[in-house]
Design a protein around this ligand. Structure first.
Ligand code: KIV
Length: 310
């Protein structure tokens, strides 16, 4: 083990509980790949979600329903390699936790094969049995209520949840059920601010809000929204960068440079001893054709046929 890997300790659910107990608002963000996870870690984010939003923001699917266990595992592995300190939660994809048995088998793959420390599952009262089974198997769980995107086909469309009396009561019951089942935290997605605050006040586990106002114990955002990478972002997101513009500009300038012959330049080119190449090509010094590289600039280009008998 290197000195560096010894120095970095992976956070656990107990560390998240301590942040919550200390009143620290828990900044959480999604990540899906190695380099971004490394940057998120460097920024000191304690909790990373490999969200199934992967489906839309990285893989180009129309809904999260489409993403598979194998795709989630592939990205979770990269995130674990990239982030050495943050607690990493993997989102259980659609139909991977329909029964407690399926849930334990699939969540076990996330811990064993990818090396994440916890999983997230959608649903409140309806998911309590599954959460309990995961806990019994030693797998920490983050709950997720409010808008649950995997249910998009029954919900009809993405909209705020809990605005009317019945929905608000149901959400409170969902939050309590997730807590009593043993989850270490719970995502509240697209919930009115006052209701999210009321739920937060009634729980002893941290609520992590997205589109749920400032009254939650922490916040989570989809990283492409925060970085301004997509061509659209939800109303609750705040872009802290314009990576869409930055990347587009960089790639356009690269293309222009290649087309103009301005990339690569001498500083970006490796040269070899011209005498070695002369020998390989069986040509004399006078035939040398390396003027483009700035050496022997006054030597005329030789017309050596490439199929010359060496
Ligand atoms: O998949 C995801 O990114 C999520 C967050 C929106 C909480 O579930």
């Amino acid at each position: 083990m290197s000195a560096q890997s010894e120095a970095v300790r992976r956070l656990s659910v107990l560390d998240i509980a301590k942040l919550y107990a200390d009143g620290v608002r828990i900044a959480t963000i999604t990540a899906y790949d190695y380099p971004t996870a490394g940057l998120v870690d460097q920024a000191g984010i304690p909790l990373i979600l490999v969200g199934d939003s992967l489906a839309q923001v990285m893989l180009g699917y129309d809904t999260t329903v489409r993403v598979t266990m194998e795709e989630m595992l592939h990205h979770a592995k990269a995130v674990v390699r990239g982030a050495k300190r943050a607690l990493i939660v993997a989102d259980m994809p659609f139909l991977s936790y329909t029964t407690p048995e399926d849930a334990v088998a699939n969540a076990g793959r996330f811990l064993r094969e990818a090396g994440v420390q916890a999983v997230k599952i959608e649903g409140g009262v309806r998911s309590a049995r599954v959460i309990e089974a995961l806990l019994r198997a030693g797998i920490p769980v983050m709950g997720h209520i409010g808008l649950t995107p995997q249910a998009i086909n029954t919900l009809g469309k993405v909209r705020v949840q809990g605005k009317n009396r019945e929905q608000a009561r149901a959400l409170l019951a969902d939050a309590l059920a997730v807590q009593e089942a043993g989850a270490f935290s719970i995502v509240l997605e697209l919930v009115p601010g006052q209701l999210a605050q009321a739920i937060t006040d009634r729980l002893r586990i941290p609520t992590i809000g997205i589109g749920a106002g400032a009254g939650c114990s922490g916040q989570i955002q989809v990283i492409t929204d925060t970085l301004g990478l997509g061509d659209w972002a939800p109303k609750h997101a705040r872009p802290y960068a314009d990576l869409h513009g930055t990347i587009l500009d960089a790639i356009s300038r690269y293309k222009a440079d290649v087309e103009a012959g301005a990339f690569p330049a001498a500083a970006e080119t490796v040269l070899m001893d011209p005498a070695v190449l002369d020998e390989v090509l069986g040509r004399g010094h006078a035939d040398r054709a390396d003027r483009a590289f700035g050496t022997d600039a006054d030597i005329p280009v030789g017309g050596i046929p490439l199929d010359r008998d060496l």
